[in-house]
Design a protein around this ligand. Structure first.
Ligand SMILES: C[S@@+](CC[C@H](N)C(=O)[O-])C[C@H]1O[C@@H](n2cnc3c(N)ncnc32)[C@H](O)[C@@H]1O
Length: 194
């Protein structure tokens, strides 16, 4: 019987040079938006190579990456020994309810197919007063058209959102204090408190 080798997804194929391709995570310009503190248990969903987490972990008590691609996680393991790494899917978060108090998705929500189910799981895993922080590219900003096209060409099957579509999505849950912040025209930071 012939064994068909499963084709790796694009992130797994580019994992070893992903950081060089994308560049450093600019924590400095995002610091005020993320509002992290030393007691936080931070879950970085789709945390990839740990590009953001290896910086953010210094600001919090514990940083956990949940990531689909093993190859990306292998890079995260190299980037920091103290990160807690979990291979899995955002819509099946293998953590207890109320177990983290910050969840961050950086440049990730548009790559997730099960966006609604991911928000559901985030709600359950967050503790009371916990914060969901989503940073992404705004589909409605004209110049992001080229990014959207580029990802289409790469056959990423991305689903870009506007911050208002995201707001509609989280309305299934009684999140409080929904905030949409704009570090620049192309990106938004969506924040909701449980
Ligand atoms: C553009 S990368 C961003 C990586 C990281 N957040 C950063 O800022 O460097 C998107 C990541 O999301 C991961 N991903 C996509 N869908 C996922 C899912 N459903 N669950 C977990 N990770 C997922 C991909 O494997 C990839 O590593």
């Amino acid at each position: 019987m012939s064994k068909k080798k499963k084709k790796k997804d694009l992130f797994s194929r580019i994992a070893s040079y992903y950081d060089k391709l994308i560049g450093d995570f600019d924590y400095h310009s995002l610091k005020e938006y993320l509002d992290l503190n030393q007691n936080d248990i931070l879950l970085d969903i789709g945390g990839g190579t740990g590009r953001a987490s290896k910086i953010l972990e210094k600001e919090v008590n514990q940083c956990i990456i949940l990531e689909r691609s093993i190859e990306m996680l292998k890079q995260a393991k190299k980037s920091s020994k103290s990160l807690f790494l979990i291979q899995g899917l955002s819509n099946k978060i293998p953590l207890k309810n109320n177990s983290v108090n910050k969840i961050f998705l950086n440049d990730t929500i548009h790559h997730i197919r099960e966006q609604k189910e991911t928000i559901d799981d985030c709600y359950y895993v967050l503790g009371k007063q916990g914060k969901l922080i989503i940073r992404d590219y705004d589909r409605s900003y004209f110049w992001n058209f080229f990014l959207i096209l580029f990802e289409k060409i790469l056959m990423f099957k991305s689903k870009f959102l506007t911050p208002f579509e995201l707001e509609e999505m989280v309305k299934n849950h009684p999140f409080e204090d929904i905030n949409i912040k704009r570090p620049n025209k192309s990106t938004f930071i969506f924040e909701a408190t449980k």
